[in-house]
Ligand binder design. Structure first.
Ligand code: PEP
Ligand code: MG
Length: 758
């Protein structure tokens, strides 16, 4: 289809008029009514109607020129019902010279539409979602042209802005009213962090603030569009040609790159965008319009290959938008007081950009329990539900959502009954929490007198305020990279020193194990793009970076020595795979110590240098390692991922192994026993430590020190106080010889029989 200059100019005229109406005076309903008038007149149609999507996939007639005015706000259609419902359900326009010829035709008598024979309807799309339908109708059997359809689609783009403004339907209005406007949903997922949360849905996706939708000068917009496409092609070529993947071996990854490049250079895409500009949109609005239309179409495609192309297309469109209007706008300041964040998946840094005091829960379409975003959310005591399939297409921004992390389910647009139930359950949980608080001063000791040291894992300053209320013995793992991740640039020595001083002050003399910076994997520093790797979990991360770029580690150690101001410090190096690496890191620590001594700094009373045991190879070198380290902490999250070759962030393999198996427990026990024989203190700080059943098993194989997210301390202590170490140890040891993939059920049954509170 070539761009028709004549239809372009008439479409631009209409667009400009619609824009003026929308920007004009009056309540939104009035402006909507004027819009239907303008469109009907311009399109020479007897009818123009606008339907708005309400909660529960219902379309409500909001404004009409030509149908019975009494049916406005009364006529409601479900998605898929009649022709309007079909346009919404398929997200595709429909042009019919004779409406009766369509299988889904069903006239609504109250609207008086049975006398109109032809129809042209288009979906109103926003972020690829149908938010309404606009249609024109004529008595005569009229054949609508492609240009007319294009024009109506362009006007729909402008309308989408009015819909998005929240002026037409307030969020409260979309809540339970008369039944038909409401379809509450219950969706199951996997609980990554227990707990209950209620709030309004906030969808995590790049947002671009498009200030001008309608072009002042189409020629300028066309030039801007060409320039953006050209720059993008150049960027992609450089990116791909420099990519180590472009090695010319013809592997699958090359096909993927090539396919991506083909989508980018698809003449049809450029042409459609150009047509949208020609019809009167600005370059950025045209990109968004085409993106929305293609997303809506591809999302419903049966072919998975085509559906995959949606991601390519979004990536490319976002690149264009960045070129046209700069970075995405920071939408994070205008958020509801109680929010439930909904994302496909996200990294911990992105998560931390949201104000956690407002966050009531996190929902992920993908993700896994030991991914860093889950760990960070757990530290903040925010319930997380993951693997909630297609949640992003079922939830609208602003929907009320209850997240029930205890039972791995969410309620979208919950009814009053469910909300009441939620508040009851929450009260009950508050009572239980208060009971845990009572435990805080009681000893962490088994019934047969075995003392267990309970510590917390921390990442944010806020975590240190939890030491006292939960009654922890100290901080077994301070993930020092977390503060690096939430800053706009690398903190210098002074900034780090100030931070570590606060940390030590808040710990009030209790030990804090500082783990040196562990970036890589899913822990990305926004200001450091050296870390774009194919397989980052096993790539250049943690101690590997620290040894290759010693300045980073040395600055951190210097800041820590200075911050101690005479106090004792514990330093731990992550991802060590060789004894030699530990020795090199320790040499840097001694070097900094010496440097500070010469400088006259008040030195720490003592420095304990430990290692994080999370690479299986290191477990095979314990006899040598234990001669040099002051303590060992087992990072079971990474240790298990590498031991079993199962990505800790990949839900598909999350159930492939169980830490509660003879192999995993036997391995942990052998590490523990060797540390014990060498007289080196050993602790475990992975996620397993914070789960009562797992903690029970770990204690039974000899662990006497555990470190966990602060909210886990109460439940684990309660379990400890209800177990007898001797009997559990006997039972667990009797199971360790068996060739079982999991002894979880046996342990659960044992705990139940012996009244152990797991
Ligand atoms: C671990 O790997 O078990 C651990 C505690 O460290 P992180 O989760 O930060 O990788
Ligand atoms: Mg780790």
């Amino acid at each position: 289809m070539s761009v028709d200059r004549r239809s372009g100019s008439s479409s631009r005229r209409l667009l400009a008029r619609v824009r003026d109406v929308m920007a004009g005076e009056g309540v939104p309903q009035h402006r909507l009514d004027q819009t239907t008038n303008v469109i009907a007149a311009d399109m020479v149609s007897e009818v123009c109607s606008i339907y708005v999507r309400r909660a529960g996939d219902v379309l409500e007639l909001f404004s009409t020129q030509g149908l019975n005015p009494d049916s406005v706000h009364k006529t409601r259609l479900r998605f898929g019902e009649g022709l309007i419902g079909t346009i919404a359900a398929t997200a595709k326009p429909l042009a019919l010279a004779n409406v009766q010829s369509h299988l889904n035709f069903a006239a609504r008598p109250e609207t008086g539409e049975d006398v109109f024979n032809s129809l042209l309807g288009v979906p109103v799309l926003r972020s690829g979602r149908v938010v309404g339908v606009m249609a024109v109708q004529n008595r005569a059997s009229r054949h609508f042209t492609d240009e007319e359809m294009e024009t109506l689609q362009t006007v729909a783009m402008v309308l989408a802005e009015l819909f998005a403004g929240g002026e037409l339907i307030g969020r409260e209005e979309a809540m339970p009213t008369d039944g038909i406007a409401l379809k509450p949903l219950r969706i199951e997922g996997s609980a990554f962090n227990a707990g209950l949360g209620i709030g309004s849905a906030v969808l995590h996706e790049p947002r671009f603030d498009i200030a001008n939708v309608v072009a002042e000068d189409t020629n300028i917009e066309r030039k801007r569009l060409y320039r953006a496409f050209k720059t993008m092609y150049g960027q992609l070529d450089t990116l791909f040609d420099q990519s180590p993947l472009a090695d010319g071996d013809g592997g699958e990854h090359e096909d993927v790159l090539e396919a991506f490049r083909m989508v980018a250079k698809d003449a049809g895409w450029l042409r459609r965008t150009e047509e949208a500009v020609q019809s009167g949109l600005t370059a950025e609005a045209a990109v968004v319009k085409v993106k929305n239309e293609m997303r809506a179409r591809l999302n419903t495609a049966a072919d998975p290959y085509l559906r995959e192309r949606v991601h390519d297309l979004e990536d490319l469109s976002n690149r264009l938008l960045r070129l046209l209007i700069g970075e995405e706008c920071d939408a994070k300041d205008d958020l509801p007081e109680h929010m439930v964040l909904v994302a496909r998946n996200m990294g911990p840094a992105e998560f931390l950009e949201y104000d956690h005091s407002k966050l009531r829960a996190l929902i992920l379409e993908e993700g896994s329990a030991s991914s860093h975003v889950s760990i960070v959310a757990k530290a903040l005591d925010i319930p997380v539900l993951g693997q909630v399939r297609e949640v992003l297409s079922k939830v609208e921004a602003g929907d009320a959502i209850i997240v029930d992390g205890d039972n791995a389910q969410i309620f979208v647009r919950p009814s009053d009954d469910i909300q009441n139930q939620f508040h009851e359950t929450r009260k009950h949980k508050a009572v239980i929490k208060a009971q845990y608080a009572l435990l805080k001063d009681l000893p962490s000791e088994t019934k047969d007198g075995v003392k267990i040291s309970l510590n917390i894992n921390a990442g944010l300053l806020f975590d240190f305020d939890q030491i006292e209320p939960v009654g922890a013995d100290g901080v077994g793992l301070y993930r020092t990279e977390v503060p690096f991740m939430v800053r706009a640039e690398f903190p210098d020595v002074d900034e780090q020193q100030a931070l570590y001083e606060k940390v030590l002050d808040r710990a009030q003399g209790k030990p804090v194990v500082f783990r040196t910076i562990d970036v890589g994997g899913d822990k990305v520093l926004p200001y450091w793009d050296e870390l774009n790797e194919e397989n980052p979990a096993m790539g250049w991360r943690a101690i590997r970076i620290s040894l290759d770029r010693p300045v980073i580690l040395r600055q951190q150690l210097r800041a820590l020595i200075r911050a101690a101001k005479g106090r004792e410090i514990y330093v731990m190096f992550p991802m060590v795979a060789e004894v030699e690496e530990f020795l090199q890191a320790k040499a840097l620590l001694l070097h900094e110590w010496e440097r500070e001594r010469e400088r006259g700094t008040l030195l720490p009373k003592a420095v304990h240098a430990g290692v994080m045991l999370e690479v299986p190879a290191l477990a095979l070198q314990l006899d040598k390692l234990l001669q040099y380290v002051d303590f060992v902490s087992i990072g079971s999250n990474d240790l298990m991922q590498f031991l079993y070759a199962t990505d800790r962030g990949n839900p598909k393999v999350a159930d492939r192994y169980d830490i509660l198996s003879p192999v995993a427990l036997g391995f942990l026990k052998s590490i523990r026993d060797q540390c014990d024989q060498a007289g080196v203190p050993v602790s475990l700080c992975g996620e397993a430590a914070g789960k009562p059943l797992e903690a029970m098993a770990l204690i039974s194989i000899g662990f006497r020190s555990l470190s966990m997210a602060p909210p886990a301390v109460g439940p684990v202590k309660e379990m400890i106080r209800s177990m007898e170490d001797r009997t559990v140890a006997q039972f667990v040891h009797s199971l360790l010889e068996r060739p079982k993939m999991s002894i979880r059920q046996r342990l659960k049954a044992f705990a139940k029989d012996h009244n152990i509170k797991i």
